[in-house]
Design a protein around this ligand. Structure first.
Ligand code: PMP
Length: 399
């Protein structure tokens, strides 16, 4: 056995594995409900008009030969305004460390590294369930993980009592990862009152809230509303960490454009923490790419293009909401005796269907419909053209 002979194949990623199975299926009826990227009602990927306009504007940019870290401060400023609010003290006083990151994944990874370096031996509490890559990210950063209870399969809602217990029982000063809106995979978010209670308990327990904001604007169609959880924590005076991604809300997944911000006691501390984040990034990938960053800062920095973005985001959110309503309606019309209210109660890109692994298998085998084994369906893959076929198939496997 030579150098690599002892290495075993890595386990398949549960999300990428779905797409592989979908691509290998020759059926013309096939549906991919695996990936969360937005598709239009024809099932086609979308390039937003606001992105096209930003592209035209930066075509002659004098920055195209620069290194992004040299020109990204405006981008970071505009990004963090979205989460903390443009009139917040944090923004006005500049009491944060913010860096461009490799999309939401890279922002999480940077934070995990910061946590390991400066809080060695600390733990991260992840919701059960959560986006599967969260487990990979903190594992690779060598931070120990625990989960806190979140979802109740019986009510297909939040298990708030258990969540509160787990927050209370965690050692004081623990790190928690929270999804501020459109929880992936369940589509279930705490109510405003519940967020207030969570924030209060975090204060009492001195826990650190790290928000993974991957869907701002695509959950409700409203940027401010989707940031409400963060604003509640802000009002209570927490120092927050936040990963932002423009993969979904601007359709820029392939550009790997995101932002990591960490709130600090004052501006000087912000500069210090930023220098540490930049040092971590320098050894991992040098500096992040330029083009997506210029696109986003152009969209956010130009009031007219920004208005167009907000409009297009609403169209995306509405389409997903319409497909939820139709899917539920058709299932009910088919006479399904099961309760499908959760399809419309949940928010965001995903519907946590409640289908069992056997039913998911059967959908793939008999109907060429592909989703993750946990029953998460990406509503972006549902269209006017396939919603009846999908509802009928779900009805057949749940009879
Ligand atoms: N966090 C969550 C909860 C997600 O659902 C996603 C996208 N699937 C991400 C982070 C990061 O995605 P990206 O790295 O493409 O921004």
């Amino acid at each position: 056995v030579r150098w690599w002979g002892r290495v075993d194949r890595a386990s398949k990623d549960p999300i990428n594995g779905v797409t592989e199975a979908f691509l290998a299926d020759p059926s013309s009826n096939k549906i991919n409900l695996g990936v969360g990227a937005y598709l239009d009602d024809e099932g086609k990927p979308v390039v937003l008009q606001c992105v096209r306009e930003a592209e035209a504007k930066i075509a002659a940019s004098q920055f195209l030969g620069s290194i992004s870290t040299a020109v990204s401060s405006k981008y970071v400023e505009e990004s963090v305004k979205l989460v903390y609010g443009r009139d917040s003290d944090v923004i006005k006083e500049g009491t944060y460390a913010g860096v461009q990151a490799l999309s939401g994944t890279g922002a999480c990874r940077l934070f995990a590294e910061l946590q390991r370096r400066f809080y060695p031996g600390s733990m991260i509490y992840l919701p059960d369930p959560t986006w599967s890559n969260h487990h990979n990210i903190w594992r690779d950063a060598q931070v120990c993980k625990r989960t806190f209870r979140y979802y109740d399969p019986d009510t297909k809602g939040i298990n708030f009592a258990a969540l509160v217990d787990d927050i209370k029982n965690a050692p004081n000063g623990s790190f928690f990862l929270l999804h501020p809106c459109a929880h992936n995979p369940t589509g279930i978010d705490p109510t405003e009152e519940q967020w207030q209670e969570i924030s209060y308990l975090f204060k009492v327990k001195n826990h650190f809230p790290f928000f993974d904001m991957a869907y701002q604007g695509v959950a409700s169609g409203d940027l401010e509303r989707d940031a409400n959880a963060i604003r509640i924590f802000l009002k209570d005076g927490h120092l927050i960490g936040c990963a932002q991604s423009f993969a979904k809300n601007m359709g820029l997944c392939g550009h790997r454009i995101g932002c990591l911000s960490v709130l600090c006691d004052d501006k000087r501390q912000g500069v210090t923490i930023k220098s540490q984040l930049q040092q971590i990034a320098r050894a991992m990938y040098g500096s992040p790419p330029l083009h997506g960053m210029l696109l986003v800062s152009t969209i956010l920095g130009d009031p007219e293009i920004k208005r167009l973005w907000v409009k297009e985001m609403k169209v995306m959110a509405n389409r997903v909401q319409r497909m939820r309503a139709t899917l539920r309606q058709v299932l009910e019309k088919l006479g399904s005796p099961l309760n499908w209210e959760h399809i419309t109660n949940q928010v965001g890109m995903f519907c946590f269907s409640g289908l069992s692994p056997d039913q998911v298998d059967q959908l793939a085998r008999d109907f060429h419909i592909y989703m993750i084994l946990d029953g998460r369906m990406s509503m972006a893959g549902v269209t006017t053209g396939n919603v009846n076929y999908l509802a009928n198939a779900i009805h057949e496997v749940t009879r």
